[in-house]
Write a protein that binds this ligand. Structure first.
Ligand code: C5P
Length: 300
């Protein structure tokens, strides 16, 4: 029988996303609180003579996902293979549920999933610190996608430290038609702050207090995203949608990362279905998922 490893890799959201002044290398310093949520891509790898990738979508459009060497998951496999002198190829398939360019780190989740999958397939047993270093080379969100749970992110987002949290939360996700380019949203952020100095970012104290006590109402009030105005600049309709979700009993609402996915916080699964039903006539695609969940994991 052909050896096969299947990994599930969760989407990430940012409960707060503090963005500082652009650095010399073009990245922005971040102070963010990440949470992994139960919306998963599935990455399957098998040994092969040469490397290949196929991608399929479950209720989402994957036509924009590259299947050549520019795909972050294939880059992840190549980087890990090079570290360990692995010369066999890998046949990879990604079954996507995380919207593409949606502000949910779908590409980063696939890269983290590919690292975990190839490490298991090749039996390379890469140490955690080295996995995190390879992940950071691949992208700012990739280390968090390995770690999962709830964590504080600093640097350009690649430095992650687990956060103390209590309880389980439910997130309703309004998926927009078409994605937003992360660099374009950061450029809009720079343009909006052209005339005023941007302070160094901080994680809000009230958010950490809410997470430690598991207080969903407080959490809803302390959600924040410094990229939100920039995302509104590119997608003005998002502002109204957030407002609508709060009218419909969500404890809080914000744009996910660089958008355009919008997030609505609910207390229980039943509450999540109520918020979903309230928004369903205004949004073409809407799902809900619990958080926090663990990072990329081998399923079989
Ligand atoms: O690290 P990653 O490749 O995911 O970043 C994609 C793009 O997002 C960067 O090229 C940059 O334009 C922007 N970015 C940023 N500051 C960060 C993270 C990402 O400006 N902290």
């Amino acid at each position: 029988m052909t050896r096969e490893v299947v990994v599930s890799a969760p989407a990430k959201i940012n409960l707060s996303l503090g963005v500082g002044p652009v650095r010399r290398d073009g990245y922005h310093p971040l102070a963010t609180v990440y949470q992994a949520i139960g919306l998963y891509d599935e990455i399957t790898v098998r040994p092969a003579a040469s490397t290949s990738l196929t991608v399929s979508g479950e209720d989402i459009d994957v036509s924009e996902v590259p299947t050549d060497g520019s795909n972050l998951a294939l880059k992840a496999a190549a980087l890990l293979g090079a570290r360990h002198g692995v010369d066999e190829g890998v046949e990879m398939h990604i079954r996507k549920r995380i919207p593409v360019a949606g502000g949910l780190a779908g590409g980063s989740a696939d890269a983290a999933g590919a690292l975990v999958a190839c490490d298991a397939l090749w039996g390379t047993n890469t140490a955690r610190e080295e996995m995190l270093a390879i992940a950071a080379e691949l992208g700012s969100d990739v280390p968090f996608c390995l770690v999962g749970g709830t964590a504080i992110g600093s640097g350009r987002g690649e430095l992650v430290a687990p956060a103390m949290t209590r309880g389980k939360y439910w997130w309703v996700l309004a998926l927009a038609d078409g994605g937003l380019s992360t660099p374009a949203v950061y450029r809009e952020f720079d343009r909006l702050h052209d005339a005023s100095p941007v302070p160094e970012p901080e994680v809000p104290n009230d958010l950490m207090t809410a997470l430690r006590s598991g207080d969903v109402e407080k959490l809803g009030k302390s959600l924040s995203n410094d990229l939100q105005q920039a995302a509104f600049g590119l997608r003005p309709e998002l502002e109204e949608l957030l407002e609508l979700g709060v009218q419909g009993s969500a404890h809080g609402a914000l744009v996910s990362g660089s958008g355009p996915t919008c997030l609505f916080l609910a207390e229980t699964e039943t509450h999540a279905t109520q918020v979903r039903d309230w928004l369903s006539s205004s949004v073409p695609t809407i799902v809900y998922a619990p958080g926090p969940v663990p990072g990329a994991r081998v399923m079989r």
